[in-house]
Design a protein around this ligand. Structure first.
Ligand code: ZN
Ligand code: ZN
Length: 362
């Protein structure tokens, strides 16, 4: 599988007219090799040439770890460097002087500058070269995403155990984080518990605010599974009775989220999925309060291509995985968001999240 992915990248490199791609630790490296190397100050770097030859340099002390991850079995030559050596020179040994080189988008600048200086010429960003491949998931990856969705659903379906008036967001958040791990995730990526007015900030951090009766509470949570694939799901809760106008707004949001799910299928553009949700919110008087795009792709990273946003004219294809998460936000009052991760099938979409999208009254 990894050898195939590297072959695909080499072919894309050749098509793009570039000679070589450098990739440092992160989701790109995990996707291409399965090696979950720590991004540290010492250089670890994969090189893929457009003729398919690939090699990786690792610090000598991390060589056992690279071997344990089976890097050589993929067909990657494993090189190592000792503390007093210059790793960039070793990395460049099989690189022609006039090579046109790309670096993965999330490479640390320090490493990109090191490569540029060792190469003696400018390097460019990989841009969409890797994401074009990563964004279309295989059947196995789709299964992993559905497993992640089922695990986070389990956490949402137990929310009544933790979320109640008199507790702080932080206390509730701690319990949720534990439950995310207990549900089978190997890592907690984020826990948003945004009560009352805090719900108006889409990426609110846990605070010591005490949750009050009648507060709508945005709970947006996600983690990474042992498979390396991520979950991300938002559901809305209220302890007791929310304001009447909130309930009206919520019905509009439910309709908007459903409209985007009904619309999404192979062959429709990403921006039209955004418009499907947005048009309902605009018609319901909430256009100004919907302050973000409708969704983002997801896989080994919580946010990746394809982005469900106005201006993205790309069409959905089977294997795309992305969120549908419209919301509304009234500063100083409250907010709401409903979020599912869906995967694009041959005929429509399949939601990885299946707990109720109705406002859950606790
Ligand atoms: Zn999301
Ligand atoms: Zn989310």
């Amino acid at each position: 599988m990894y050898a195939d992915r590297i072959k695909k990248v080499a072919a894309s490199l050749a098509n793009s007219g570039n000679d070589i791609l450098f990739v440092t630790p992160g989701a790109d490296l995990r996707y291409l090799t399965g090696y979950d190397a720590l991004p540290l100050e010492r250089l670890t770097c994969l090189a893929i040439r457009n003729d398919g030859k690939s090699w990786m340099i690792v610090p000598t002390l991390e060589k056992p770890s690279a071997l344990a991850h089976g890097v050589p079995e993929i067909g990657i030559d494993l090189l190592d460097w000792q503390e007093t050596q210059n790793p960039y020179q070793i990395l460049m040994a099989s690189v022609g002087k006039s090579s046109s080189a790309l670096v993965n988008n999330l490479m640390w600048v320090e490493k990109a500058f090191g490569i540029r200086s060792a190469l003696g010429k400018e390097v460019a960003l990989a841009g969409s070269l890797l994401s074009d491949i990563r964004e279309v998931k295989t059947a196995q990856e789709v299964t992993f995403l559905h497993e992640a969705g089922a695990a986070i659903d389990e956490v949402h379906s137990n929310m009544h155990k933790w979320l109640r008036p008199g507790r702080t967001e932080r206390e509730v958040g701690r319990d949720i984080a534990e439950a995310i791990l207990a549900s089978g995730h190997s890592r907690v990526d984020f826990v948003i518990v945004a009560s009352g007015p805090n719900g108006a900030s889409p990426h609110h951090e846990l605070s010591d605010r005490v949750i009050e009766a009648g507060d709508p509470v945005v709970v947006d949570i996600g983690g990474t599974m042992p498979s390396g694939y991520c979950s991300d799901c938002t559901r809305m809760y209220v302890c007791g009775q929310p304001p009447a106008e909130y309930l009206e707004h919520y019905q509009v949001l439910l309709t908007a989220q459903q409209a985007a799910r009904d619309h999404a299928r192979p062959g429709v553009s990403c921006e039209s999925v955004d418009a499907a949700a947005r048009d309902v919110l605009i018609a319901g008087g909430l256009g100004e309060q919907f302050i973000h795009r409708t969704g983002h792709g997801i896989g080994m990273e919580t946010h990746e291509e394809p982005y469900i946003v106005s201006g993205n004219t790309r069409n959905l294809v089977p294997g795309h995985a992305f969120s549908i998460e419209p919301g509304f936000y009234f500063a100083g009052k409250y907010g709401a968001r409903i979020e599912d991760i869906v995967t694009c099938t041959e005929t429509g979409i399949s939601s990885t999240n299946n707990t109720t999208r109705e406002l859950v009254i606790l």
